[in-house]
Design a protein around this ligand. Structure first.
Ligand code: AMP
Length: 120
């Protein structure tokens, strides 16, 4: 488990800590959910663990509860957004080639339109 809990210069740590005033659409013990600034679908919400982990590669066995909690929150977001029945996508980008731009683990929750297109 990483020693660092939050980083003062990390935008997602600041959002999760309430320091930016970003409205949350949902939250859980270990994660918060808020709308993406540049939505790629009618619903585009980011689920972000409260604790700072740079990306999926930093998840360790001791983080199982945190990850399960965050993914459960993603399902709850889909339910609240009304996209559970129609279907939705949860994804995380890890590293430059994947297009990760914010180095704090996050899960995109996307839905509200057909998403079965080739991955770009
Ligand atoms: P990724 O490219 O997977 O690292 O995703 C980062 C996402 O964070 C992008 O979709 C950005 O639009 C989004 N983003 C960056 N800064 C903010 C912010 N302050 N509030 C909400 N979304 C943000």
């Amino acid at each position: 488990m990483a020693v660092t809990e939050t980083l003062p210069d990390c935008i997602f740590c600041r959002i999760a800590g309430g320091g930016t005033g970003t409205p949350l659409v949902a939250e859980s013990e270990h994660a918060v959910a808020f709308r993406d600034l540049h939505p790629q679908a009618p619903t585009h919400v980011l689920v972000v663990p409260r604790r700072h982990l740079a990306a999926l590669r930093e998840v360790e066995a001791g983080d199982a509860v945190l990850v399960a909690d965050a993914l459960g929150l993603a399902v709850e977001v889909a339910r609240r957004e009304g996209i559970l029945d129609g279907g939705y996508r949860v994804l995380t980008n890890d590293g430059a080639d994947a297009g990760q731009t914010v180095p704090h683990l996050h899960f995109h929750v996307l839905g509200g339109r057909p998403l079965h297109v080739p991955l770009g």
